[in-house]
Design a protein. Structure first.
Length: 65
């Protein structure tokens, strides 16, 4: 809310506009921490699915060689 007795400045910081520095910090956290963890999880999950399918279905290739 705007308080007229305080020369129009905001009282709460919940509606504060993020600055360029704030956006760079968030980008650095996403780029350096979150995306590598997501990438390792996706690749590891895919490898786990392939491993489990080979345990159930057998290794790839022609049968009986």
């Amino acid at each position: 809310m705007i308080d007229s007795s305080n020369n129009g400045t905001r009282q709460d910081s919940s509606n504060a506009v993020p600055t360029r520095r704030d956006e760079l910090i968030v980008f650095a956290i996403i780029a350096a921490l979150i995306w590598p963890v997501v990438a390792v999880g996706v690749v590891g999950g895919f490898g786990f699915c392939i491993w489990m399918s080979q345990l159930i279905l057998g290794p790839p290739g022609p049968p009986g060689t």
